[in-house]
Design a protein around this ligand. Structure first.
Ligand code: ADP
Length: 878
């Protein structure tokens, strides 16, 4: 340590640096980036050294040498000496510094010694490093050689592995290579089998290791996991020790992964130098990986081979099926063609049987069809090679025998041995022996069994499924053929029937036309809308119109033109709407009119079919001029006769009355009695003559009506007053019920009186003494009137209904239809007592109808009768 020197150096630092000529070149060489700084650092380091701290100088030298080793020690020393000279020169300039020259020389010597020392140290280290690198290179090249050898071996293995796809060969290659290359104590190749067990498939080396076929126990999870993940155990712990592990060996387990699953593993066991296993790991791993790929390829190859073989087998089978299918289609086509050729049932059945029997080589075949009138019976319709006759025809009930079973279940039956089949039924008349095999095929049409086809052979097990398929395929075509033939036969029969029907109808039509033509009565037929569809010459003659013109008319026009205001009496629309009365009888309307000076009766009725379906309407025109004339003459004769009779009768009556009253002298009792008898009989005769005259008048239409609006109650009171003596005499109880505000009726007062008189008189006459008579009136609509009366009236008209009921003897049901006939008198206990001519009601009925009303009666013997009369209400015009 030299404080003086360090002090001096410190103070003269700048001067020294300025004086140093080489200061721009640093000590180390030519390339110094901040020479001033470096020289500064050097001077500072020297000052520290002078102060006894050599460390900065040492650091500086170490840095320089490390950075500029190539500069060489001499250059460094020379530059350092240059610095020494510069410092010394500066020191000499300083008088006070001369004493420090030696100290300075010591400092620089120390510094150079330090530089040399550091340089030597650095160089030795470098030599050592070089030696180490050389040694390392040697080692690396040896390892590379080793690797190259291994790679070559691996390459060989890889080529050998890829050269084969045989699993056993691959296993051989893998185990051989592993054992040869690793030289381990024991080597084993394990593979995962079908049941996911890990099993040794090949091993080499010590006999202590696991033999081929050994299965890895699944008792130890650690060992199991080691097979999945891989492991290196230099020494095996007691916990993991298993029987296949060789005592004292190190163990290396390398898993073989294919895709993502474990396919097996390789185990290597090494006894003497277990750590060597570590060096074998990479090689073994590579071999294992290649083995995994090769084994997987082999597996795939094997699978593809199996698949190919399978496919080939399937192609062969399918080809055979297609062959069969082709045969079937050809047969089907042939059958369909022959079935389509004819509509003759026998031909279809026989041809089909022959073809099918030939194809399936059946010895016996037949077709049974269901019977037309009994579909539960099957009957033989065709037999192979022979004609069907009563001798060889059999009948099966559906469900009976094998054929019956097939029909009942709608299923084809293949019976390999008839003798063994419980369904067999022995049918009387059948010559079939119970032997051999048989097929029964049902024949369907639209889901219904129409028959069964049976084919048999004397050998058992003769038929097979292929036959069944063929027959099933053909059954449809045959069934269609049978159906077509049946339909054809049905259609032919039906056509013949229709032809006959048509022929008959044509004959009938022409007969009807002829009848119509020759009818004297006119006939006009119209359709549902009134259009004239048929008309005969008589109609044209009666109506004085050409046929052609009338044919263009509507029946309504005919009625309107010829009947005028009487047209409503033939209500065509009403009739067409409702052709039948409530009790199912055809409604008929009749009226007369004068056409061309002739009296013509018009009669309108519906034209109905047998099932009451309406076809139209029929108008019959009858020229009744002659009948009317004859009637007129008859009435005239009766009228004249009646008048002629009435005059003397009136004289007789008058004189008898005179006699009875004693105008011509007193009469004794007997004489008076006789005279009274003459009187009453004369009166009866006069009444009779009056009634006959009345009828004649009505019938000749010579009654003049005086139409007026009348109150029914008024008319009734007149009649009751007139009959009051008889009512009182019979002690009859009379009840009258007429509601207030009853509408007026339109009628002729005198005729109405006549009507009410006759009906009320009958009630009195035919009701025993003490009985009751009730009279009631009310307003009714057409709809309230009972049939058959209602259907003879026009619709929607209002009427007044008058009911006269009594508790009299009643009318026998058989008399009811006749009581309005002339001179008819019913049988009853009061017939004699009541007296009468039987003409009263026969006058009442036409009178009521003349006034536009109707009359009808309901009666029960012993209980009483009710006469109902309806009269049109005033103001209701037809
Ligand atoms: P008649 O002069 O006999 O009364 P009608 O023509 O008046 O003749 O009547 C015909 C027949 O009808 C009668 O003979 C009778 O048998 C029957 N008749 C009429 N009205 C009644 C009645 N109210 N009760 C029972 N029978 C009757």
């Amino acid at each position: 340590m030299n404080p003086t020197l360090s002090q001096w150096l410190h103070t003269r630092q700048t001067a020294i640096l300025d004086n140093w000529p080489d200061r721009n070149e640093a000590i180390t060489g030519n390339v110094v980036i901040q020479p001033r700084l470096e020289t500064q650092r050097l001077v500072s380091a020297l000052i520290a050294t002078a102060e006894g701290n050599e460390l900065p100088l040492r650091n500086l030298f170490s840095e320089w040498i490390a950075a500029e080793a190539d500069v060489g020690l001499p250059v460094m020393v020379r530059n350092f000496q240059n610095l020494h000279r510069t410092v010394r020169a500066t020191l000499i300039q300083d008088t006070s510094g001369l004493t420090l020259i030696d100290d300075l020389a010591d400092l620089f010597d120390q510094a150079i010694a330090t530089l040399v020392e550091i340089w030597t140290e650095h160089t030795g280290q470098l030599i050592h490093e070089r030696e180490f690198i050389a040694a390392s290179l040697d080692a690396a090249s040896a390892a590379a050689d080793q690797r190259a050898l291994q790679l070559k071996a691996l390459n060989d293995i890889s080529q050998r592995l890829s050269a084969t796809l045989d699993r056993d060969t691959l296993i051989e290659i893998v185990i051989d290579s592993l054992y040869r290359l690793t030289e381990a104590h024991h080597v084993a190749l394990w593979l995962v089998d079908d049941k996911q067990r890990i099993r040794v498939v090949a091993s080499r080396g010590s006999d202590d290791g696991p033999p081929v076929g050994f299965i890895l126990p699944d008792s130890n999870p650690t060992v199991q996991a080691a097979f999945h993940k891989g492991v290196f155990w230099p020494a095996i712990s007691a916990d993991n020790m298993q029987e296949w592990m060789i005592a004292g060996c190190g163990l290396l387990i390398i898993p073989m992964i294919g895709g993502e699953r474990l396919i097996g593993a390789v185990t290597l066991q090494e006894l003497h130098n277990p750590l060597d296993l570590r060096f074998m790991q990479d090689l073994a791993q590579s071999i294992a990986s290649q083995a995994a790929i090769a084994l997987q390829n082999a597996e795939l190859y094997h699978a593809i081979r199996t698949l190919n073989a399978d496919l080939e087998q399937r192609v062969i089978e399918r080809t055979r099926e297609l062959e069969e299918e082709k045969d079937r289609l050809a047969t089907l086509h042939a059958i369909a063609a022959q079935v389509n050729q004819t509509l003759d049932l026998d031909q279809i059945l026989n041809n089909s049987l022959t073809m099918l029997a030939r194809i399936v080589q059946a010895e016996h075949a037949s077709i049974l069809l269901t019977e037309e009138d009994n579909p539960s019976l099957l009957v033989t319709r065709a037999i192979l090679g022979t004609k069907v006759s009563p001798d060889n025809t059999v009948r099966f009930a559906i469900g009976q025998g094998i054929a019956g079973w097939a029909a009942q279940h709608g299923q084809t039956v293949l019976v390999p041995d008839v003798a063994e089949d419980e369904r067999w039924a022995t049918i009387p008349g059948s010559s079939r022996k119970r032997e051999g095999s048989m097929i029964a095929v049902p024949l369907f049409v639209q889901g219904e069994v129409i028959g069964v086809m049976t084919l048999s052979h004397s050998q058992t097990n003769f038929f097979y499924e292929g036959h069944v398929r063929l027959l099933n395929a053909c059954a449809g075509a045959i069934a269609i053929g049978i159906n077509n033939a049946n339909l054809f036969r049905m259609i032919s029969t039906e056509a013949e029937r229709r032809y006959e029907l048509l022929d008959r109808q044509q004959k009938e039509t022409s007969q009807i036309a002829a009848i119509l033509q020759s009818l004297l009565d006119g006939v006009i037929v119209c359709d549902l809308y009134g259009g004239v569809i048929s008309i005969n010459p008589a109609a044209s003659r009666i109506l004085h119109r050409p046929l052609e013109e009338l044919l263009l008319w509507n029946l309504r026009d005919v009625i309107q033109r010829y009947l005028g205001s009487h047209a409503p009496e033939l209500p065509l629309d009403d009739l067409l709407r409702r052709p039948l009365s409530v009790n199912g009888e055809a409604r008929t309307f009749t009226t007369t009119a004068i056409v061309g000076g002739k009296t013509v009766n018009f009669s309108l009725s519906p034209v109905l079919k047998e099932n009451d379906e309406l076809l139209g309407a029929l108008l019959v025109l009858r020229d009744i001029t002659r009948e009317v004339e004859a009637d007129r003459m008859k009435n005239e004769f009766i009228g004249t006769m009646s008048h002629e009779l009435r005059t003397p009768m009136t004289a007789i009556k008058g004189f008898t009355q005179l006699l009875a009253m004693g105008g011509l002298g007193q009469l004794n009792d007997t004489q008076r009695e006789f005279v009274n008898t003459i009187y009453s009989n004369t009166e009866r005769m006069i009444n009779l003559i009056n009634d006959v005259l009345e009828i004649t008048k009505i019938e000749s239409g010579s009654i003049d009506l005086e139409w007026r609006s009348l109150h029914l109650a008024e008319a009734l009171s007149g009649v009751i007053a007139e009959l009051q003596p008889q009512i009182t005499q019979h002690r009859h109880q009379l009840t009258i019920s007429i509601p207030p505000g009853l509408p007026l009726i339109r009628a002729d007062a005198m005729r109405l009186h006549q009507i009410l008189y006759h009906v009320l008189l009958n009630a009195v006459k035919y009701t025993p003494a003490g009985g009751s008579i009730s009279i009631a009136a009310r307003e009714v609509m057409n709809i309230d009137i009972p049939e058959p009366t209602r259907s003879t009236l026009s619709e929607n008209r209002r009427y007044l209904l008058l009911s006269i009921s009594d508790t009299g003897v009643g009318i026998r049901p058989e008399d009811l239809p006749r009581i309005f006939d002339r001179f008819f008198r019913g049988e009853n206990s009061l017939k004699v007592e009541a007296g009468g001519t039987g003409l009263g009601l026969s006058i009442v009925k036409p009178l009521v109808e003349l006034l536009g009303g109707r009359i009808w009666v309901e009666s029960t013997v012993g209980i009483g009768s009710t006469f109902s009369i309806i009269m049109p209400i005033a103001g209701e015009h037809a």
